[in-house]
Design a protein around this ligand. Structure first.
Ligand SMILES: [Zn+2]
Length: 307
């Protein structure tokens, strides 16, 4: 499990969240067989999403983030919910690039240029979709830009993932600083100075864990503690829905070719297998729905005008 601590700094003007997501990144590495570079990109995104999840107001809220750049890693997708369960995947888990000149993993090259899309489902309302251009592909800057542009929330963010020689994560986490309304200018300057000391946040976590970092930077502050975790929420019902969306023709064709339909969850690799009977059950449900839709269609509509 990860650890997330929230506190207030600088006369309660700045909200600060410190995260240790080492366990979460290791779970992602073992599920997806990530290269160190892919682990850094996906791990930073998982860390940012664990923070975002901790800001959700109600139990049903959830979010997904898609980072779609032209770098060697392809797309990164992470989903999270209000219980602080996060999960994610990357198109190319084997991605490799030479280290940067400063010795860090080249996450900017992994991600490349492109866009970040955040979908937040809040209660029963239409999901809120925010989309913005990636700033550097380094992910922390990209999330900070997203907050500034799409949520009008100034945000300072440091994210980091350190991978050991054996390919396992030895330290991952982040620091997120956000000014509260009417925060005085001195508090913001203080937050900026603090953030600059977290340019190697994964190194700080690797050396001292969250306790060590807390002792060095935030000793004596009250805090609330949360336990984010890598956990998938896929289910047979969810996969049913994905298959139904493909439509009868595609389902029948795949069944005829393969003798069964096998679907792997992209976030946890769990396999769902559908035999002939299962597929017939889905199709029966589909035509039931179609009949209901046709019965319910009022006469004289201009359905099909655009076909
Ligand atoms: Zn799953």
């Amino acid at each position: 499990m990860g650890i997330l601590r929230k506190t207030l700094l600088y006369d309660n003007g700045i909200s600060a969240s410190l995260l240790d997501t080492t366990d979460i990144v290791n779970e992602a590495i073992s599920l997806h067989g990530l290269s160190p570079l892919a682990a850094a990109g996906l791990g930073r995104t998982l860390t940012a999403c664990a923070f975002m999840a901790s800001c959700m107001k109600s139990r049903e809220d959830r979010l997904s983030v898609t980072i779609n750049g032209d770098g060697v890693g392809g797309r990164i997708v992470v989903a999270a919910d209000a219980e602080l369960h996060v999960r994610g995947c990357i198109d190319n888990p084997d991605a490799v690039l030479p280290l940067r000149e400063d010795g860090k993993l080249n996450v900017g090259g992994l991600v490349g240029k492109g866009t970040m899309t955040v979908v937040r489902s809040v209660g029963m309302k239409e999901p809120y979709v925010g989309k913005c251009r990636l700033k550097s592909g380094e992910i922390a800057e990209d999330f900070a830009a997203y907050y500034a542009i799409s949520e009008q929330q100034p945000t300072g963010m440091a994210l980091g993932v350190r991978i050991g020689k054996d390919g396992k994560c030895i330290g991952a986490g982040g620091l997120v600083l956000q000014p509260l309304p009417d925060c005085p200018e001195e508090s913001i300057s203080g937050a900026e100075a603090l953030l600059s000391q977290f340019s190697d946040v994964s190194g700080l976590i690797a050396r001292g864990g969250i306790e060590g970092v807390w002792r060095d930077f935030f000793a004596g502050n009250d805090y609330e503690e949360y336990r984010p975790e890598y956990r998938c929420n896929c289910s047979r019902e969810y996969i049913d829905g994905v298959l139904v969306a493909l439509g009868e023709k595609e389902l029948r064709e795949t069944l005829a070719q393969e003798g069964k339909i096998e679907v792997g969850c992209q976030f946890c690799n769990r396999k769902y297998v559908y035999g002939e009977e299962d597929v017939e059950r889905l199709i029966a449900g589909l035509s039931g729905e179609r009949n209901r839709a046709e019965e319910g269609r009022p006469e004289g509509t201009d359905n099909g005008r655009n076909e």
